[in-house]
Ligand binder design. Structure first.
Ligand code: SAM
Length: 209
């Protein structure tokens, strides 16, 4: 079974995901709804996950996924920026927190031979942080390409990283006893059952408490 942990509008599938059932791939995101992009004269973004949840608290039992797809927000853009409105945004602090808990939660829900396929947009040292913080995994591949995201923006790099889960006796656990100490290590509160029913209309609606 595959988990797309932050599926957003599922742009990267170009429709291919429709051939898979929910027994094969689960789409998750922290938000759900229709997000207007009128300002840029493009159609709205539709985010329609199977499950609304936060990577900090994956609502799954241990060892059930063989592959996790991980494409976190590209930068700390606000909703006033195109990428922020379309894909969400994380401050550098939120980004590190997400990586620290993704490292723990992904290792927990992955099977022993499971792996993570991560797409990291290289802004604000995000690539370095991702590689550094994924201590429960060994980096197998790092494929990058340079692109010009939109007109009048500077060139950026995108990395496609394949991480393989390390053996069980070396994994960091969620109780924190063997996780590296870090100021952003504290796990944010879990989404309550009522929260997911409300589609977010601004990025601050799903920033971390
Ligand atoms: C770059 S977009 C994903 C784009 C997607 N891969 C696609 O093909 O369209 C990042 C997504 O991560 C989601 N996200 C941000 N923080 C999250 C979290 N803590 N848990 C789950 N999803 C999160 C955002 O809502 C956003 O939809």
């Amino acid at each position: 079974m595959i988990l797309d942990a932050c599926c957003g509008p599922k742009m990267m599938y170009k429709g291919l995901h429709r051939q898979f059932t929910q027994d094969e791939i689960i789409f998750m995101d922290i938000r759900k709804g229709i997000f207007p992009l009128d300002k840029w004269n493009v159609p709205p973004v539709i985010v329609e996950p199977d499950i609304i949840a936060d990577i900090h608290h994956l609502p799954f039992r241990d060892s059930i996924f063989s592959l996790i797809l991980f494409d976190p927000p590209h930068g700390s853009f606000g909703v006033e920026a195109y990428f922020g409105a379309k894909y969400g945004g994380l401050t550098p602090k939120e980004y590190v927190s997400l990586l620290i808990w993704a490292n723990i939660e992904f290792a927990r829900v992955l099977t022993p031979d499971g792996y993570v396929f991560a797409k990291i947009h290289e802004t604000q040292e995000r690539h370095t942080r991702a590689v550094h913080n994924f201590s429960n995994f060994k980096l197998l591949m790092d494929i990058s390409y340079r692109s010009q995201a939109r007109k009048n923006t500077s060139e950026t790099s995108t990395h496609w990283l394949v991480f393989v889960k390390k053996s069980a006796d070396t994994l960091s656990k969620a109780d924190g006893s063997d996780t590296p100490k870090h100021p952003d290590q504290k796990r944010p509160r879990q989404l309550s059952r009522q929260e997911p029913a409300q589609p977010v209309t601004s990025l601050s609606d799903f920033s971390y408490p």
